[in-house]
Design a protein around this ligand. Structure first.
Ligand SMILES: NC(=O)c1ccc[n+]([C@@H]2O[C@H](COP(=O)([O-])OP(=O)(O)OC[C@H]3O[C@@H](n4cnc5c(N)ncnc54)[C@H](OP(=O)(O)O)[C@@H]3O)[C@@H](O)[C@H]2O)c1
Length: 280
């Protein structure tokens, strides 16, 4: 039996849709990762074959004001999951982020590039990666980026709301790879099935800026694309600094014989159509 942590989130719910019916969907109510001491008790009581950890403190700006809360979930809890799964012979896959990089490499980051996070969220996710790799060499950590789905509040759903109301400024100086949960979840399970461990970058092909992505969302939804106006990150100050160029590339996928994810555009169309159905 597989247990999905963070089962109510964007990515967690994609795994719940994908995996067999006996999959256990675990929410914060069943296991609060903010209480890391509960983890080993839960793992030994539940004894799944595999834990897919999609739970995380993902509020990038809020993390700046509450680093300890972010660290408990993104670092301490991931370390405890790694120790506990190693001790009980349970498989573990967890997720990290392009925000472990500072965004100064224009050609795409591969797994061996040195991380240098600019914000608390990225630092805590990086700490979680390190703890995991030390405690459980069989576990897998997948770095992904700009996660989107057709089911949850995300950048695409926010843009659908804003663009339909009038002009909106969107930052045009941050580059990345939008990644759709319904592509990421099956690719993750393929990697797990092949026994892949350690660190792997997995993001949809194609890269854009938030402005480019907002324009594509508008185009797919047949909204007025001219409502999307370019602004700089300086013109849109936020508590957490973001990397300018955090495109994730991979030097491991080909070596491992794993397929690249397809271009994000195909899945983006489906996700935007689904989001439009939810909001109508
Ligand atoms: N979103 C992105 O753009 C992005 C980019 C790169 C990497 N990632 C990574 O991808 C993974 C999945 O992200 P996502 O977009 O699916 O995030 P999400 O939609 O925000 O979901 C996160 C889930 O974690 C749960 N959670 C938070 N704190 C918890 C706690 N203390 N105990 C138990 N559960 C807790 C949340 O439950 P509640 O509903 O109860 O809060 C929610 O179900 C994360 O590891 C994230 O860091 C995301």
């Amino acid at each position: 039996m597989i247990a999905v942590l963070g089962a109510g989130g964007q990515l967690g719910s994609a795994f719940v849709r994908l995996l067999p019916d006996d999959t256990v969907a675990v929410t914060r109510a069943e296991l609060d990762l903010g209480q890391p001491d509960q983890i080993d008790i839960w793992v030994s009581a539940t004894q799944p074959e595999l834990i897919v950890n999609c739970a995380a403190y993902t509020a990038v700006d809020a993390a700046e004001g509450d680093p300890e809360a972010a660290r408990r979930v993104n670092a301490t809890a991931v370390g405890r999951l790694a120790e506990s799964t190693a001790a009980h012979g349970v498989g573990l896959v967890t997720f990290s982020t392009d925000y472990v990089f500072d965004g100064t490499k224009p050609t795409g980051y591969v797994e061996s590039d040195p991380p240098n996070p600019l914000n608390v969220y990225g630092s805590t996710k990086l700490e979680g990666e390190d703890l995991l790799i030390k405690a459980n060499p069989n576990a897998l950590v997948i770095r992904t980026s700009w996660v989107l789905s057709g089911t949850h509040r995300n950048f695409a759903s926010t843009m659908l709301d804003l663009i339909s109301k009038g002009p909106v400024g969107v930052v045009d100086d941050q580059h990345g790879r939008p990644t759709l949960v319904d592509d990421l979840a099956p690719a993750t399970m393929a990697a797990v099935g092949d026994g892949v461990s350690g660190l792997v970058h997995l993001a949809n092909q194609g890269e854009t800026t938030w402005l480019g992505l907002a324009r594509e969302v508008a185009e797919i939804a047949e909204l007025d694309v001219s409502n999307v106006k370019p602004i700089t990150s300086e013109e849109f100050p936020r508590p957490a600094r973001r990397p300018a160029d955090s495109v994730l590339a991979s030097e491991r996928l080909a070596v491992l014989g794993l397929e690249q994810l397809r271009h994000y555009r195909v899945s983006l169309e489906r996700a935007v159509e689904d989001l439009m159905k939810v909001s109508s």
